[in-house]
Design a binder for this molecule. Sequence first.
Ligand code: ZN
Ligand code: ZN
Length: 245
Amino acid sequence: MTDLRGTLLLGDHHVHSTFSDDAHSTLAENIAAATTQGLSVVRLTEHVRADTAWVPEFVAAVAAEPVPSSLTVLTGVEAKLLSVAGDIDAPTELDGIDALVLADHQFPGTDGPWSPTATRERIAAGLSPADALEQFVVASIAAMTTFDHTARTLQLAHWFSILPKVGLSEDDLTDEQLDRWSTAASATGTLVEINEKWGCPGARAVRAALANGVTLVASTDSHVAGDVGRYERVGRILDGALALR
Ligand SMILES: [Zn+2]
Ligand SMILES: [Zn+2]
């Protein structure tokens, strides 16, 4: 615990390459950037959906890359949470993938994913903000508890990033909700990412995660190699969480 900050910032657990359609750097460029930054671990992570067919090619391409002995290269696929039942939009065959990086790109609805606009409309039509926040917490816990953790690691990407998109705030989650969320992460061995790009989860959630023994990881969510392993917000969030203890 003495140098949690230093240890965390030597990893980047969410780095996109050109296998993701919105990213610009090759696997080799990201590995070189991680090495230049002096990282000890990098998780090469690509966007997938249930019908994505190139995961075996991605696994083979990563395995073919030369890696310096100072760096551990891990693999991940980023897939969205679909519903309050915890369903995930990922292919069933993920051989060779170390982690499923679960993303809150849409709001997990009772009947499937709700877009930010659809969620705002439901809130305007009478879904209370408190009930919406509770629905999100319940969905998060359902995903962690129904996931097959024996097959690969589950990692929460930029958790709570959906809330401001739908007019809600992480600040309005109760201590009890953060405790339930982080207890589920700890009990299931789910990694929680502190994400540079989105600046979340915030200090209160990270404090709850630390209090409940959750394994935290840092990530840039980089889409270009120059961003790999470069942190400002993650350090501030961590400092804020440690100051709250
Ligand atoms: Zn994402
Ligand atoms: Zn991402």
